[in-house]
Design a protein around this ligand. Structure first.
Ligand SMILES: CC(=O)SCCNC(=O)CCNC(=O)[C@H](O)C(C)(C)COP(=O)(O)OP(=O)(O)OC[C@H]1O[C@@H](n2cnc3c(N)ncnc32)[C@H](O)[C@@H]1OP(=O)(O)O
Ligand SMILES: O=CC(=O)O
Ligand SMILES: [Mg+2]
Length: 536
């Protein structure tokens, strides 16, 4: 039964209405998301302000710890609601943006789950967002197909496909093409709301449900906001409470101290936690940016086996399993390397070791970035996980302290590490400004989270005047000089002047974001303004 109570009055839609968009942006759907925005938009803005207030305390030297006021939640004997059958076995999850070919390839990949990504691997142009909703709706209805104009290859769904989970945008991102009562909508509410509105009935009819991944939260109060949105959305559309299921990415250092609390807030709607390692590293650099004790070594040295990352991963497994929840591992950034057998074998070996470690630690599944890596993760989990998951494997043997979570990885900063960060950051920003949120660079998958690490490291090294192992002192001037040199290399690679290309804008933006006096919270915020100015 659909209960309509809202109207589109007060809603301004400024994105172009291309053919088919009217089927997503129906009056009923727009009224629904506007209703959610009116109820919850102010709370989102308050929670973002609370992030800033917390940052001020951290800048003054405060370090996070497990919260005294939620001790009873951590000590309490509770579990999340039972999982639906199709979320019990998630041993391999493929992730990727929502363009039509990728959606079909991901669903056909042999992975158990496809996380359709409207976040880290997506540039939120209007066409990507609304086109993505169309592709997801067609995938749910199994009517999706595609003919590649370049190759002529035709794509259609296989009989057996992955279970679909959708990752909406984080709380910091707004959808500037939709305003409610004069204020831009939350990107997350738009993404969640449109997908839920259009697909909940078809998902139910196919024996599955509206399942989500929730990114970049910094506290259990942010999780409570999502839970309240779910409760209201289900009630509005006459969907039973608890139908929506969501896996929360633990990908900020502050959320690592609130894993129990986040599961508790979402307990009726929870499908566990995931270790979003790349944003997690970014978050550590960002949150403790003014603390010289937190200066990190080269990005390549911050692996999942260093003390703090291992502690975070094990704590996630322990916390989830105690609460009857799955804990999904993270993304190894290696992807298949074309035309170089040795490099390809090395990449596969790294992914294999990563997935084996996760399976042995007790994770219930993990992520891969590319269909070619599905068998690697599958083998690693099949070897260890004899049932559908390992939730009954309690990790009472694991003890993780605040000190473990706050340990800083050891190792040096190299000139090559500095220059790689610059190259990755500028090349990624260039792709993003062109509407593409995920690219292969130097044989690794790069997305908003990984590129942010590169940017934040440069800022941190400049701020604290770090010295490379070669003896180069990394002030703003030194890094600025290296950016100019790396731009020259990009120009040489391009085989001609960069004038008039997006690289010029990307280089300027990246330098500003890496060397600003005050650390800008997200690269994607000013980049989104540039995309909008360009008509995106
Ligand atoms: C930190 C985080 O948030 S991790 C999660 C976010 N990041 C991601 O999801 C990464 C997703 N991965 C990707 O986007 C891609 O794999 C890239 C950009 C890294 C590499 O892409 P490409 O260079 O196109 O890879 P490649 O040429 O090897 O692709 C081969 C085929 O696999 C497909 N493919 C590659 N990755 C994926 C994927 N993740 N999902 C579905 N299909 C994929 C390609 O579409 C291509 O299909 P085709 O043969 O039918 O044309
Ligand atoms: O979203 C995943 C991450 O690692 O960041
Ligand atoms: Mg992330």
């Amino acid at each position: 039964m659909t209960v309509k109570t809202a109207t589109t009055e007060g809603v301004a839609l400024t994105g172009a209405m291309k053919p088919g968009y009217e089927t997503v942006l129906t009056d009923e759907a727009v009224a629904f998301i506007a209703h959610l925005e009116r109820l919850f938009g102010e709370r989102r803005r308050e929670l973002l302000a609370a992030r800033e207030a917390r940052q001020t305390k951290i800048d003054a030297g405060e370090l996070p710890d497990f919260l005294p006021e939620t001790q009873s939640v951590r000590d309490g004997d509770w579990k999340i609601a039972p999982l639906p059958d199709d979320l019990k076995d998630r041993r391999v999850e493929i992730t990727g943006p929502t363009d039509r070919k990728m959606v079909i390839n991901a669903l056909n990949s042999g992975a158990y789950v496809f996380m359709a990504d409207l976040e880290d691997s997506n540039c939120p142009t209007w066409d990507n967002m609304i086109g993505g909703q169309i592709n997801l709706r067609d995938a749910v209805n199994r009517s999706i197909d595609f003919k590649d104009p370049a190759s002529g290859k035709e794509y259609a769904l296989k009989d057996k496909t992955a279970v679909l989970l959708v990752r909406p945008r984080g709380w910091h991102l707004e959808e500037k093409h939709i305003a409610v009562d004069g204020l831009p909508m939350s990107g997350g509410i738009v993404d969640f709301g449109l997908y839920f509105f259009h697909n909940h009935a078809a998902l139910k009819a196919r024996g599955t449900g509206p399942y989500f991944y929730l990114p970049k939260m910094e506290s259990h109060l942010e999780a409570r906001l999502w839970n309240d949105i779910f409760v209201e959305a289900q009630s509005y559309l006459g969907v039973p409470k608890g139908t929506i299921k969501a896996t929360v990415l633990i990908e900020t250092i502050l959320a690592a101290f609130e894993m129990d609390e986040i599961l508790y807030e979402l307990r009726d709607h929870s499908a566990g936690l995931n270790c979003g390692r790349w944003d997690y590293i970014f978050s550590i650099i960002k949150k403790f940016r003014r603390n010289a004790d937190f200066v990190m070594p080269d990005r390549s040295l911050v692996t999942m086996t260093v003390r703090n990352m291992r502690a975070y991963s094990l704590l996630a497994v322990k916390t989830c399993h105690k609460r009857g929840a799955p804990c999904i591992g993270g993304m190894a950034a290696q992807i298949p390397v074309k035309g170089d057998e040795t490099a390809n074998a090395a990449a596969f070996a790294k992914v294999k070791a990563d997935k084996e470690r996760e399976a042995n630690d007790g994770h219930d599944g993990s992520w891969v970035a590319h269909p070619g890596l599905v068998p690697v993760a599958l083998d690693a989990f099949n070897a260890v996980m004899k049932g559908p998951n390992q939730i009954d494997r309690l990790r009472d043997d694991v003890t993780v302290t605040a000190e473990d979570l706050l340990a800083v990885p050891e190792g040096g900063i190299t000139e090559a590490g500095v220059r790689t960060n610059i190259q990755v950051g500028i090349r990624y920003t260039e792709a993003w400004l062109g509407g593409n949120g995920c690219v292969p660079l130097f044989n690794l998958m790069e997305d908003a989270a990984t590129a942010e690490i590169s940017r934040a490291q440069l800022w941190q090294w400049a701020k604290h005047g770090a010295v490379t192992v070669e003896g180069i002192k990394l002030g703003r001037e030194a890094i600025s000089g290296m950016i100019a040199e790396e731009m020259k290399k990009i120009e040489a690679d391009a085989g001609g002047s960069l004038a008039g290309t997006r690289f010029v804008q990307a280089g300027k933006l990246f330098e500003k974001m890496a060397l600003a006096e005050d650390f800008p919270t997200f690269l994607t915020l000013p980049a989104y303004e540039m995309v909008l100015a360009d008509g995106g």
